[in-house]
Design a protein. Sequence first.
Length: 144
Amino acid sequence: MPEVPSTDLFVAEREITRVLYRYAQGVDRRRFAQIAACYWDDGSDNRVDGSIAQYIAWLVEVLPNVATSTHQYTNVLIDVDLSADVATAHSEAYCLNVSVFADPVANGAARLTTVLRYLDEWQRRDSEWRIFQRVVVRDWAHED
């Protein structure tokens, strides 16, 4: 098996990182089509038991309870495999999320600060990287 040029790996990592950024921007700006475009239609996200369309529908339902939010990535580790017919990658992205609730009385708090890890399996199809499977791990959270 020939060695993959390091520039190809660098480009793949950069393309994946940009999808992570587009996802965070989409959630924070409530751009649901942008969020959906980060996933393959046949993919999954562990926050719902169902399809990506069901995940997006869930976001449409819950995000109006949040007046504003920010997702800030810290460490992002990406391992890319370009040797197969369908290129794949695995990533672990640490994320600090702060959400300010629209109705603090109804939510029992004004703000939620959460440290998350996105454990993603990626696939490149037709020269485009998207999330195939996402598992979100909530390491800790604080409400005030």
